[in-house]
Design a protein around this ligand. Structure first.
Ligand code: XMP
Ligand code: MG
Length: 187
């Protein structure tokens, strides 16, 4: 049964099939780049909460063995879509990073502050290598340069929800990625 489109949704930007195909392509590229790696050497780090669905789909499509772990950062306050540039670590990974090949998995990179923070955090822990994957990027919003190795889609400067992404913790479980009506986040 198709999921009904909530009234708060303006339009669907990326439908299920489009997301699925792109995630498969990203998984193929990553599998090829990390060919021959051992399970204990390859760590995917998902950034909670937004990346949990992307990480789950990407991980299951990889043909190379790997471990998964998670990290949680402070997000925008509920009902707010303003950018502060301030990033705070709320929950760290449990895995040892030193000597491992680490791939940070993010839902979206916007201003770039979050990924830059994460990149520096993990870089300081002596990984064997460090790369980043983001399903979405909003290039028009970038304020700081970040190393982005794998990107799913470049999108315009609109607030998107679904496939893990939320507004005030709502809409995460929509199977597609949709733009919200501005009135929803402009109050
Ligand atoms: P930056 O790159 O600005 O990204 O540090 C910080 C976090 O902002 C979130 N973000 C979004 N979340 N829809 C969302 O649900 C969006 O359109 C959106 N834009 C940015 C995201 O969690 C990112 O990690
Ligand atoms: Mg996020």
């Amino acid at each position: 049964m198709p999921v009904p489109i909530p009234d708060s949704v303006d339009y669907v930007l990326l439908d299920e099939a489009t997301i699925e195909q792109r995630v498969q392509e990203m998984a193929d590229e990553i599998s090829s780049d990390y060919e021959g790696i051992r399970n204990e050497d390859f760590l995917l780090v998902g950034v909670l909460k937004g990346a949990f669905i992307f990480l789950a789909d990407l991980s299951r499509r990889l043909t190379v063995p790997h471990r998964v772990d998670f990290i949680a950062l402070s997000s925008y306050p509920d009902e707010e879509v303003e950018v502060s540039g301030a990033v705070r670590l709320i929950m760290d990974t449990r895995s040892d990073v030193a000597g491992r090949h680490v791939l940070i998995v993010e839902d979206i990179t916007d201003t770039g502050y979050t990924l830059r923070y994460l990149y520096r955090l993990f870089e300081a822990r002596d990984p064997a290598s460090l790369r980043t994957a983001a399903l979405l990027t909003k290039p028009d919003r970038r304020e700081v340069e970040v190393p982005l190795h794998y990107v799913g889609f470049s999108i315009p400067d609109v607030w998107v929800v679904g496939y893990g992404l939320d507004f005030a913790d709502r809409f995460r479980t929509l199977p597609y990625i949709a733009a919200l009506k501005p009135r929803v986040y402009e109050g």
